[in-house]
Design a protein around this ligand. Structure first.
Ligand SMILES: Cc1cc2nc3c(=O)[nH]c(=O)nc-3n(C[C@H](O)[C@H](O)[C@H](O)COP(=O)(O)OP(=O)(O)OC[C@H]3O[C@@H](n4cnc5c(N)ncnc54)[C@H](O)[C@@H]3O)c2cc1C
Length: 425
């Protein structure tokens, strides 16, 4: 067993003991928690099955720093209300965590939201919701904290001429500018990995698959974390004063081992997208085709792009507590998925053809999306169109986090660290 140095009793010097926390999962969620804990002087052990931190969804996603504009099928605005604080604080908190400002060339110009003819939300409804989201955002005390200063004017609808210049209007009915931006997540990931490496208060244990967490029966009720090492050897870590479960797709199974049972249904989807690099800059706008199972184009700096089309990148969907292992596409499947993405995006955005002509490299990468709820994105009543039931649940000093969105992780991490310090520090 990997025993933690026991600082439980106050030593002869009378100094207060320092708690030790197990953080399960080294994506943006677990890494943010571990780094914030270290700022409070709390030691942690960061465990992940992958050989390196940030190997999953947190490295390979489109990096939209959500303010809620995309959730046009949630007219209650509950999703926007939930996402706004995370979006507004993302830049400040990430800069604090990685110890440097985020570089300007790692985020896109503002996003254009294009309403597809098969959208689950009519153009008028989507635009009305966007105006309400803008009002909500501007009413926040840290409205100036977004990745770029937010213009005070409401979202602007594209003119017919602008729409025709940008889109194939047989597929796209309308569009409007939103202030939302996206960050290049693989670059942000590199900065996090460097910050973790430099932090002596975080013990990094990569290559350990967690399969159970057990509470000890003594009066302190500390926790043991049971794992299988990459070579197949069982190893137990602990005891810990608190455990943070940030395992994303692996979270439910570990919650169940401590008796935390989910009240609602859920969906795990493994999605891959195209991370493209061009040999010369392309003048292509960042756009999201909404609302439903469509696609996105993100242009981070002219040469690094993200291209997605929902159905061609959906490798697996599962409602099991532990989703099965995903078979990665072979060369033939990679070519087919890539071709499909270009073809489907070109039906909406003909300008995508310019990327083809100067394409230098294209990687298909992705990760799991976990969401409470079930159904199809093409169904307006599916609760996958909401993302407000996310965040923290706890049992004693075991904390389990549904990150919900990449853009929410640093914000939620702050809350979790406060809850841990209130409870065990
Ligand atoms: C294609 C795609 C596009 C997306 N676009 C956006 C977007 O634009 N904006 C946005 O905000 N969000 C987006 N998301 C969602 C976002 O990526 C996730 O919400 C976020 O990255 C989750 O972070 P995490 O740290 O919780 O999970 P992860 O980064 O997946 O980290 C979890 C870690 O847990 C480890 N793990 C799992 N089970 C075990 C186990 N049993 N034992 C040990 N380790 C284990 C994994 O190896 C992994 O490293 C997107 C996701 C995908 C896939």
């Amino acid at each position: 067993m990997n025993a933690m140095p026991d600082q439980a009793a106050a030593g002869p010097s009378g100094r207060a003991r320092i708690p030790t926390v197990a953080v399960l999962g080294a994506g943006i969620m677990g890494s943010s928690v571990a780094l914030f804990l270290s700022r409070k002087g709390v030691r942690s052990v960061l465990l992940d099955a992958a050989p390196a931190p940030f190997s999953g969804a947190s490295r390979w996603n489109e990096g939209k720093i959500h303010l809620g504009y995309l959730y046009g099928a949630d007219p209650s605005l509950a999703t926007a209300r939930k996402l706004i604080p995370g979006g507004l604080s993302f830049r400040r908190l990430v800069s604090e965590l990685i110890g440097r400002p985020l570089e300007e060339d790692c985020w896109t110009a503002q996003d254009i939201c294009l309403i597809h003819r098969d959208s689950v939300t009519a153009s008028e409804q989507a635009f009305a919701l966007a105006r309400q989201v803008a009002e909500l955002t501007h009413a926040c005390p840290d409205a100036d904290g977004y990745v770029v200063p937010l213009a005070r004017n409401p979202p602007r609808r594209l003119s017919r001429r602008e729409l025709e210049d940008l889109c194939d209007t047989r597929s796209i009915l309308s569009g409007f500018e939103t202030p939302e931006r996206s960050v290049a997540t693989n670059r942000v990931a590199d900065h996090f990995v460097a910050a973790l490496a430099a932090c002596a208060k975080i013990e990094k244990r990569m290559g350990y698959r967690v399969h159970r967490v057990k509470q000890q029966s003594d009066k302190r009720g500390r926790w043991l974390v049971e794992t299988i090492a990459a070579d197949g050897t069982p190893e137990t870590f602990g005891p810990f004063d608190a455990v943070v479960n940030a395992l994303w797709e692996g979270r439910g199974a570990i919650d169940a081992t401590v008796g935390l049972i989910r009240a609602r249904t859920w969906t795990h989807r493994y999605r891959v997208s195209l991370f493209a690099r061009t040999s010369e800059p392309v003048d292509l706008k960042s756009a999201v085709i909404a609302v439903g199972p469509f696609g996105d184009v993100k242009n981070y700096n002219g040469r690094d792009l993200y291209l997605s089309w929902y159905h061609s990148g959906l490798l697996l969907e599962s409602h099991a507590l532990s989703p099965p292992t995903v078979a990665m596409p072979d060369e033939a499947a990679r070519i087919r998925i890539t071709e499909e993405k270009f073809a489907k995006l070109a039906e909406c955005l003909p300008g995508i053809a310019t990327v083809r002509t100067v394409l230098q490299s294209a990687k298909l990468r992705g990760g799991w999306v976990y969401a409470g709820g079930q159904g199809a994105l093409s169904d307006p009543s599916s609760d996958l169109h909401r993302r407000d039931d996310i965040g923290l649940v706890a049992k004693d000093s075991f904390f389990s986090i549904d990150t919900g969105k990449y853009s929410m992780a640093p914000w939620i991490a702050q809350e979790v660290v406060k809850a841990i310090c209130d409870r065990v520090a």
